[in-house]
Design a protein around this ligand. Structure first.
Ligand code: NAP
Length: 233
């Protein structure tokens, strides 16, 4: 049966590839991004999959934008519920150095990578099907266990905090059979991953969808990479 999935940050990178692969397998996708009018790749996908892709504006860091999306959901979903939410949107401020860390970068990272997705999931709760799945795109860089160097601190701190949000949401939603998992996509060839990245975006998204599909409530509150290996918090 086709699933209803919401993907955030769907206009480029891993989010666009998630959207492409979900449509290819017959699912219905609500693709959220900051500027749908400029999301030409999503526009092309909508043309290729009539009636199964809906583009909506969403800035995950802005509460007003969450409210606008929630107001649209009755029209977007009708009698349906969301089977899967992929909290994919994220930001990485590169080039941070110890001694030059700014509050602006820390707060922007927290709003985009942590509080935004957490509050959006909370607001979406009435729209989630029992047994639905929430996939939070985290990063190995948010693993406390794996931290050795002072690099990308705003990103790492916000992803570590997002990992805690994953654990808390898993507890909050367990009684409805809703699974919440944190995912590391690999070092992926996107704008964020940069030139040296080792994993093709198609492989990462395919692997992550396999992990999401296989997840059961016993996996809720766990952290997996794109190949299904458990990652240490
Ligand atoms: P990307 O190529 O930089 O794309 C980031 C996406 O997030 C874009 O669609 C961007 O939209 C969106 N976004 C950023 N801030 C937003 C906001 N406030 N509201 C809504 N959308 C926003 O990154 P990616 O490589 O695809 O990464 C996707 C996810 O995987 C992120 O959560 C990232 O942290 C995680 N990840 C990536 C890697 C990697 O190697 N690439 C590794 C580990 C984890 P705009 O076009 O509007 O900016």
């Amino acid at each position: 049966m086709p699933q209803n999935t919401l993907v955030t940050g769907a206009n480029r990178g891993i989010g666009l590839e998630f959207t492409r692969q979900l449509l290819e397998r017959g699912d219905r996708v609500i693709a959220a991004c900051r500027k749908p009018g400029q999301a030409h790749a999503l526009g092309a996908l909508a043309g290729e999959h009539p009636g199964r892709l809906q583009l909506v504006p969403l800035d995950v860091a802005e509460a007003a934008s969450h409210h606008a999306l929630l107001g649209e959901l009755p029209l977007l979903l009708g009698e349906d519920k969301l089977d899967l939410v992929i909290q994919n949107a994220g930001v990485l401020h590169s080039g941070e150095r110890f001694g030059q860390l700014t509050e602006a970068n820390l707060l922007d990272s927290f709003r985009t990578n942590t509080s935004g997705p957490l509050l959006l999931t909370q607001s979406l709760t009435p729209w989630l099907a029992d047994g639905a799945k929430i996939a939070n795109l985290s990063s190995i860089l948010g693993s406390l266990a794996d931290t050795q160097a002072f690099s990308t601190p705003s990103y790492r701190i916000s992803k570590a905090a997002q990992n805690m949000a994953t654990r808390l949401l898993a507890a909050a939603l367990a009684d409805r059979g809703i699974s919440v998992i944190a995912l590391h996509p690999g070092w992926v060839q996107t704008d964020m991953g940069g030139d040296g990245a080792s994993v093709a975006v198609t492989d990462s998204a395919r692997g992550l969808l396999k992990v999401i599909d296989a997840a059961t409530p016993k996996d809720s509150g766990h952290f997996f990479d794109w190949q299904g290996r458990e990652v240490a918090w």
